[in-house]
Design a protein around this ligand. Structure first.
Ligand code: FES
Ligand SMILES: [Fe+2]
Length: 442
């Protein structure tokens, strides 16, 4: 395994390639990063009534998320306590109980063991069912209808975990009066690359857009002689904090050829009619900021301008499963929702014109990493180093111009802190020290 001391400080913007391929490090990552972070479980709209459930993952651990009879949402490991079978094998639905298909142990909506076949005849009434419920996810946070779960009782409360990222996240969560809903169903696909490529890119990387997505932009514009376009110094900010990241140029700078055509006039007109109300609710700057790319550490991401939300589930060091949803204003007219659904399919579905460009990059990087020489040295994550500013341009926290790798450095620092097993106390103290240094040097 790589020397963990070598990744203790990534402020200089050097990242060893082995963090994307090392199998031992991957096991440590599952336990120390995914075992200690708040992980996205579900959105309110996916669990409409008591008994509604869905399957997801916390890292590689399968999880059942279930709406209880009293409306609360609980989650537990989807693993039978008898001999380890997956308790529920359906993606989503509604249930009164969950019965394991191996030997028939049955669990209630909270994961308590309630029935065991042959309880008297073969267990002689000696099995204490209260001790053999499914492993519960002990902490669940409901942030404005977004549910996150955490295994560790040492991790800070979810709002502290978010820190300044809450302001940006709420640009999504509070965007529309009656909230958001997800288009039913989950699009899932497998990409042969490490999950961090995707999660970090969603936190930080606008740099690739005019190059990697050039052909998509040109195709979308449907105009002869169109050119891919992104002013590298466009207005907009990139934020980093607690490992989270978000950013992107603010429109109109973001209106690249064709992006105005993704959703069509029905959506554009509706948006124009609702613009004032949107600005009143969350402020003009935040309305723009929430159109960008974003990752809540470690693997929950969205892209505001194309209404796609996703989780990058790790599947070994060299593979991930992408689960995506299209989100939309709950109260929007049906034809607006339909425009959104189709536009997002066109851009960021498994066959979307932008999505496929991104996957192509990550799988190629991963393939190159098979070589031993390719895993030596460092990758360069130094863009914008030392040009960060705090609380400027009407946005909170530490930010840089919109095309930078500030949020990537923040992402890897948090990842490194957790994977190396630093306590939350140690992380908080170190971060406070760095913030003080930042003031001194300003
Ligand atoms: S493994 Fe579930 S009942 Fe035996
Ligand atoms: Fe991209």
């Amino acid at each position: 395994m790589i020397d963990l001391n070598g990744i203790a400080d990534v402020r200089g913007g050097l990242v060893p390639p082995e963090i994307y391929s090392d199998p031992d490090l991957y096991q440590l990552e599952l336990q120390n990063v995914f075992g200690r972070s708040w992980l996205f479980l579900a959105h309110d709209s996916q669990l409409p009534k008591p008994g509604s459930f869905l399957q997801t993952y916390m890292g590689e651990d399968p999880i059942l998320v279930v709406r209880q009879r009293d409306g609360e949402v609980k989650a537990f490991l989807n693993q039978c306590r008898h001999r380890g079978m997956r308790i529920c094998r359906t993606d989503a639905g509604a249930a009164k109980t969950f019965t394991c298909s191996y030997h028939g142990w049955a669990y209630d909506l909270a994961g308590n063991l309630i029935n065991v076949p042959g309880e008297e005849a073969v267990y002689h009434g000696e099995l204490d069912k209260s001790r053999w419920g499914a492993h519960k996810v002990p902490r669940i946070a409901n942030h404005k209808g977004f549910y996150f779960g955490c295994w560790s009782d040492e991790t800070p409360e979810f709002t502290d975990y978010l820190g300044d990222m809450a302001w940006y996240f709420d640009g999504l969560a509070d965007r529309w009066d009656n909230g958001l809903e997800l288009v039913p169903g989950t699009s899932k696909w497998v990409i042969d690359c490490n999950w961090k490529f995707a999660a970090e890119q969603a936190a930080s990387d606008m740099y690739h857009a005019p190059i990697s997505h050039a052909s998509a932009q040109i195709a979308l514009s449907a105009e002869a002689g169109a050119q891919a376009y992104l002013p590298y110094d466009a207005p907009g900010r990139q934020f980093t904090g607690n490992g989270h990241g978000t950013g992107g140029p603010w429109p109109p700078a973001l209106v690249m050829p064709g992006t105005d055509k993704v959703y069509g006039p029905v959506y554009e007109n509706w948006l124009a009619d609702n613009q004032q109300e949107l600005h009143r609710r969350i402020g003009e700057t935040r309305a723009l900021a929430a159109l960008g790319h974003a990752t809540i550490f470690p693997n929950f991401s969205w892209l505001g301008i194309t209404a796609t939300m996703r989780v990058y589930h790790p599947r070994g060091p060299e593979q991930m499963e992408v689960w995506t949803w299209t989100y939309m204003p709950k109260d929007a007219p049906e034809e607006v929702k339909e425009s959104l659904r189709l536009g997002t399919q066109y851009t960021f579905s498994p066959a979307g014109v932008f999505e496929t460009d991104d996957g192509e990059n990550w799988t190629e990087v991963q393939r190159v990493l098979r070589g031993w020489k390719a895993r030596t040295g460092s990758f360069n994550v130094q863009m914008g180093l030392g040009h960060e500013e705090r609380d400027v341009h009407g946005v909170p926290g530490l930010t840089n111009q919109s095309v930078a790798e500030t949020a990537a450095r923040g992402f890897y620092q948090r990842w490194s802190d957790l994977v190396r097993g630093l306590s939350w106390q140690e992380i908080a103290e170190r971060d406070a020290k760095r913030a003080a240094e930042e003031v001194k040097s300003a």
